[in-house]
Design a protein around this ligand. Sequence first.
Ligand code: FA5
Length: 344
Amino acid sequence: MTIKQLQSAIQELKQTALSDATPGAQKHQTYLGKKGKFNLLAKKILDLSPVDRKKAGQLLNHFKSELETILAHSDAGESGEWVDLSIPGKKPDVGHLHPISQAIAQISRIFERIGFTRVRYPEVDWDWYVFESLNMPPDHPARDEWETFFVDGPTHPDLGKLVLTTHTSNGQVREMERLHGQPPIRMINIARCYRRQQDATHTQMFHQFEGLVVDKGINIQHLKGTLDHFAREFYGPGTKSRIRPFHFQFTEPSFEVDFSCHICQGTGRVGKNKCRFCKSGWHEVGGAGMVHPNVLKAGGIDPSQYTGFAFGWGVERTYSLKDHLNIDDIRLIYSNQASFLRQF
Ligand code: FA5
């Protein structure tokens, strides 16, 4: 091959590439692939004298960049729009888990490390699991507190109507049944709950996490130790828990659970002023108690042999009390405002 012949071969190949309508990737392979037309042509310059080979190399280098431009035009597709491959790319936004998903993962880990098993039960469940098995027979006034959404649908002859679960306590008897009434039970049930409520501290859909421990000899000290452990792990080493007498139909005795405020360390005062974050030194997160004997019976467990404790707290409430956060309206968590969610 002579330089002249090379020049006309280059021209011919250029015309072929320009008029070739095959799609981008395939076309690239045909011309610039390892066994493509360009490399076949380039191999032919080996016959040239060293002086001509240098000139041929320059011609080929120039032609290669011309070919790249032609192929880039082809990549623009049917629109024929010019694509400049040398412009730096745009970095896509990297998202992250929703703060409540992060909180659920952290809560699960804290309990799993001390031997609890994470479970999930239906969010649309029978009246029996949500109320009746929890010592709230039909027409019991305690049911009124739960602001329930009832579901139009079939009524089960034994389990009653369908409801949107008002609390994760529906998992208590379900877990006893899963284990065929055979303790030990160490359950952590995290799920969505629904109530007809909506204000700065309540949403119609929210999450709760429910702990249930049943075995021989379980007492209030085990409950208190578990609460303190969670407080330290979730909020930091100095945090304490407090239980106050309360009433739930499904626990006896029953308590409300508070955690000490990290701003005023449970004193209720910052300098001479009242702590504005908690006002009292403590934050309430949910309920707890010793499992009522009727609930154990409903789950097929003999209350003369076994005792247990249970607790149920709101994930949104528990999470919004963390010290670096300042969420004064939990509805924001579900507002889909990227500017709010980006903070977490
Ligand atoms: C209960 O739901 C009981 N099942 C808790 C329980 C479990 C007691 C086991 C004893 C043994 P309560 O209605 O207080 O209790 O709700 C517990 C927590 O759920 C509340 O303190 C709050 O943190 C959260 N919560 C309740 N309703 C809402 C709501 N509408 N929006 C956001 N969080 C809520």
